[in-house]
Design a protein around this ligand. Sequence first.
Ligand code: DC
Length: 222
Amino acid sequence: MIITLDGPAGAGKSSTARALASRLGWCYMDTGAMYRAVALMALEQGIDLAAAERLVELAESLCIAFEGGGVCVNGRDVSMEIRTERITQATRPVADAPPVRDAMKRIQRRMAVGIDLVTEGRDQGSVVFPQAELKVFLTASPEERARRRHAEELSRGRAVALTDVLSSQAQRDDGDRARPVGTLRPADDAVIIETDGLNRDEVVERLLALVAALQGRKESTP
Ligand code: DC
């Protein structure tokens, strides 16, 4: 079974998807981390971020795995490196290139074969797994999302101003919505959850209830 969790930056997708996968005992895929990993490796290997076909070759050659709550590329834990502002910026042209998105779609579908999976990103329900049994779109007001991201940055020891977080978030939202391929939008049959005023555990409980209802329906279908 596949559950997709899409939504804008800062909607709480990662922590929710991680907690949900852990509660269900399923695998977890962070597709933003995959785009970031390609950007990191491209910079390391001196690949031009505008050379889409070279980025496709690179993406196809990488072994990306989610292990112990982190992400490994070719066996190396890059969880921290991919979160820097430099990589956030470098990821944009990578994620904007249609051939790269196409390759990532193939890779993500390959990784999902034969497993129960919670996958999160921007296009998981709308493009990559349109047949997923449960598609969720998590969202929250811009102020709430920026406040959460700000608290996260502070907890990582990075002193940033809330106004800076809000403006860089607005920039990313615009980019995610304007992208010609893989545009941020809920799948037509997605369940939309507005998370203002809800904590992570409350969101996870709602999702678990949806999964239980689906599983019950599956079992009672002859
Ligand atoms: O969720 P994140 O901030 O780690 O995502 C990193 C970048 O990748 C961001 O620019 C959005 C983009 N992205 C995407 O285009 N499609 C996805 N499925 C996941 C992320």
